[in-house]
Design a protein around this ligand. Structure first.
Ligand code: 2M8
Length: 497
């Protein structure tokens, strides 16, 4: 498929507007995930945000991660939301009631579950940037790694122990929100067995921020999410108690692959900086975590489809769904033949090369799958951060050409500068929230186009992109449907206890 590449002017505008979005979403020490729909700090969003900010300011990027760590629980868990100020977001801290948990942090309100461990991947990229810049940035970044090494290790160790008590090599998640892919068909079979019990009534706030409710999970799905939240509260956020009593216990391949990759990177940084040494030191622990979860991910692959599978740990059933999480082995590596097979599959006609796609970038679910839905959240739409992850993984495995293909197509998708939460894969329409921080952040990262030798300036990038004729560009723009936007709202301020 030929993709119309952005012009030099469009690229300049994109960089400026992405920087503006991150600046506007900056609340001082942290960045909100989006201005209205997600007015707090989300865990994996913060990782992407930090690596995007690092292209502009290393100190501010490090502060983002420092701020996230202020919410770390005594167990090592990094919670999925840090609530810094009141908002209309639901479920807020009143619903999470984390005061029942002994391990909660002091001084900041948080949710009681976690999200994919992307943070050390971001940190290693920030360190990479800082070293290129040298001087004060390099010193700051290296000092930050020394200062926080044990916190990241505690986070990874939490996932490797409390969330994999039987050493399966798959991180156990207790809520679909922990996968980051809330309503993905990955969880349909498991959710179908959940019977929602008695719980306090609720009013959803999210639907007020999108143009069309079909872009978000259904009410029934939301009730299930809140029911699992109640079960976590009843278990006092004790993982072992929840495991025995909760309705949703899944081995998540994507989380596991990210844990493996992040643990390797943590060990690399520890070695480079001479920290975490010794036989029982952090470097060795990190390598062991990486090995275990890489093995778990590789073991989950269905030999027929070539995709990794989640495991329902309550029933022992593999979950065969054609979601982007199936490419988990690309992220953690470990089997070169499989990496090549997954590269071809990802770029081929069931995925990025599917004939119906507006942009050849990673869809959340294969358009060839019966589970595919064009505009429903994690059931098919394209999430730029997923495309970034796959491009990052391909690059790391030495598949530069494939990585660059995803990067250039990803940049073309973002050329309207909406920086939407996600994209309708067939029409290219922007969906969900606009000015989403992580989308702006990965645009900056893609524009910075780090290469192994040296970081290239944006000027270089424009010469790499083939020019398009005005006629072709006009035809592309005319082919797009008109954009719809959510109503503007003035939320009431609820009380944070
Ligand atoms: C979405 O999740 C939140 C719940 O955590 C929501 O729907 O309210 C997901 O896309 C998640 O992956 C993301 O981190 C979050 C904020 O962008 O929004």
């Amino acid at each position: 498929m030929t993709v119309a590449q952005p012009s030099a002017v469009e690229i300049g505008l994109m960089a400026g507007r992405a920087g503006y979005v991150l600046r506007a979403n900056d609340r001082g020490a942290f960045t909100v995930a989006s201005p209205t729909l997600y007015p707090h700090m989300w865990s994996w969003d913060a990782g992407f945000v930090a690596l995007g900010i690092a292209t502009v300011s290393v100190p501010r990027a490090l502060n983002e991660l420092r701020s996230l760590l202020s919410g770390q629980w005594a167990t090592g868990m990094i919670p999925h939301i840090l609530f810094h100020s009141p908002s209309d977001y639901f479920p807020g801290p009143e619903r999470w009631r984390t005061q029942v948990a002994a391990a909660r942090p002091a001084g900041v309100l948080t949710s009681g579950i976690c999200q994919p461990p992307i943070h050390v991947i971001a940190l290693s990229r920030i360190l990479h940037d800082a070293r290129r810049k040298g001087g004060a940035d390099q010193e700051l970044a290296e000092e930050f790694v020394r200062e926080t090494f044990d916190s990241w290790l505690a986070w990874h160790s939490y996932l490797a122990t409390a969330r994999d008590p039987y050493s399966y090599g798959l991180v156990e998640i207790h809520h679909g929100w922990e996968s980051g892919m809330d309503d993905s068909p990955r969880w349909d079979a498991a959710y179908a067995n959940v019977r929602v019990g008695d719980m306090p009534p609720f009013v959803r706030a999210d639907l007020a921020h999108v143009a069309d409710p079909s872009q978000r999970p259904t009410d029934a799905e939301y009730a299930t999410y809140l029911w699992l939240l109640e079960q976590k509260v009843h278990a006092r956020y004790d993982d072992a108690v929840y495991r025995a009593t909760g309705d949703f216990v899944m081995g998540d391949v994507l989380v596991s692959a990210l844990l493996a990759a992040a643990s390797d990177l943590l060990a690399d940084m520890g070695e480079e900086l001479g920290i975490g040494g010794g036989a029982s030191g952090g470097v060795e622990q990190s390598r062991a975590i990486a090995r275990r979860f890489r093995t778990g991910v590789l073991r989950s692959v269905n030999p027929e489809t070539g995709l990794a599978r989640d495991l329902d740990l309550r029933t022992g059933t593999w979950l065969d769904v054609e979601s982007a999480a199936g490419f988990a082995p690309l992220l953690c590596g470990g089997d070169d033949a499989l990496t090549r097979r997954q590269r071809d599959l990802l770029l081929g006609p069931r995925w990025c090369g599917h004939s119906r796609l507006r942009w050849p970038v990673v869809p959340s679910v294969s358009p060839a799958s019966p589970a595919f839905r064009e505009q429903t959240y994690w059931r098919g739409p394209q999430w730029p951060v997923l495309n970034w992850l796959m491009a990052w993984a391909l690059n790391r495995s030495g598949e530069q050409e494939a990585a660059n293909q995803l990067r250039l197509a990803g940049l073309s998708q973002l050329v309207d500068c909406d920086f939407a939460e996600y994209y309708q894969p067939v029409t290219g329409e922007t969906l969900g929230s606009r000015d989403q921080s992580w989308t702006a952040a990965i645009a900056l990262d893609f524009l910075a186009a780090r290469r192994p030798a040296q970081r290239r300036p944006v000027r270089w990038l424009t010469s790499e992109l083939p020019r398009i004729t005005p006629t072709q560009r006009a035809a592309d723009l005319a082919a797009r449907p008109p954009r719809t936007r959510g109503p503007a709202t003035t939320p009431e301020m609820p009380r944070i206890p």
